[in-house]
Design a protein around this ligand. Structure first.
Ligand code: HEC
Length: 237
């Protein structure tokens, strides 16, 4: 019994030291690409291109998501040039449709074969929005009371539109999907999501218990979020 325990302990120790060695060596790009390829052995051929990072993703990986300012500025400029604005200059759609989109995680999965069914935004997977929805992820900041926090400023609707259209044009190496730029959501769908956040009648702003939770947190503008990133793990490529 005792020797089994000791053996187990040794095994555990060697795994730990191997892991530490791996950590200090770092993982190079070729290894990353190999792991990604192997992770989806049954992906249909037309999906393969989705496993190849575009220039922005590749640069973010290279800098551990914390590129120096000149590199970050170049990323933002490139991503901003991919934003298409609504032809009518109106950034707000219908918050009711926006709520349906925020709830829907449909699209881009192996099983999503109904091409007539529109993609969703899956916003609740990462954000709190309407206080009536109690199931939400916390990877992103709470967006409860978002329009109220931003004084329902019509100018700000454009900022929100651009953030949803292409998150990386606003926050370099953002982990939020680039919904418009990557063709996940249409211009009209993004307008509906802007309304969900900015319309005074939207449940995000209106529900009885929509008192902006974490005012300070919500006050952070998308343009200011870069500054909040912790300065850890920076590595020269
Ligand atoms: C995979 C997680 C993820 C998903 C899905 C996601 N977001 Fe985000 N979002 C984030 C993160 C993380 C941030 C904060 C860092 C940043 O700005 O990139 C953020 C920031 C934001 C901001 C800026 C908030 C501020 O500080 O003012 C808005 C607005 C926003 N998201 C809206 C949306 C909407 C609308 C959707 C659905 C279409 C959505 N997000 C889907 C992760 C996500």
């Amino acid at each position: 019994m005792r020797s089994v325990l000791i053996l187990a302990l040794i095994a555990q120790m060697s795994v730990a030291s191997l892991l530490r060695a791996e950590e200090s060596r770092g993982v190079n790009e070729q290894q990353m690409a190999r792991v990604l390829r192997q992770a989806f052995p049954s992906a249909p051929p037309e999906w393969r291109s989705r496993l190849v990072p575009d220039a922005t993703m590749a640069t973010c990986v290279l800098w551990d998501n914390q590129p120096p300012k000149d590199v970050a500025d170049a990323i933002k400029k490139r991503e901003a040039s991919r934003i298409r604005h609504p032809a009518d200059g109106n950034f707000m759609g219908d918050w009711r449709r926006g709520e349906v989109l925020a709830q829907s995680g449909y699209g881009l999965r192996f099983t999503d074969n109904d091409i007539k069914r529109p993609n969703g935004g899956n916003c609740y997977a990462c954000h709190e929005l309407s206080p009536d929805e109690v199931s939400f992820g916390t990877l992103g900041v709470s967006l409860k009371g978002y329009g109220r926090t931003h004084k329902f400023d019509p100018q700000y609707a454009r900022v929100v539109y651009e953030k949803i259209y292409n998150s990386q044009a606003v926050v370099t190496c953002s982990t939020m999907p680039r919904f418009g730029a990557n063709g996940i959501l249409s211009i009209d769908q993004i307008k509906d999501l802007v309304a969900l956040l900015m319309d005074p009648d939207s449940p995000v702003n209106k529900s009885a218990n929509a008192a902006p939770h974490g005012e300070a947190e919500n006050k952070a503008s998308p343009r200011g979020a870069d500054a909040k990133k912790p300065d850890v793990g920076r590595r020269q490529p």
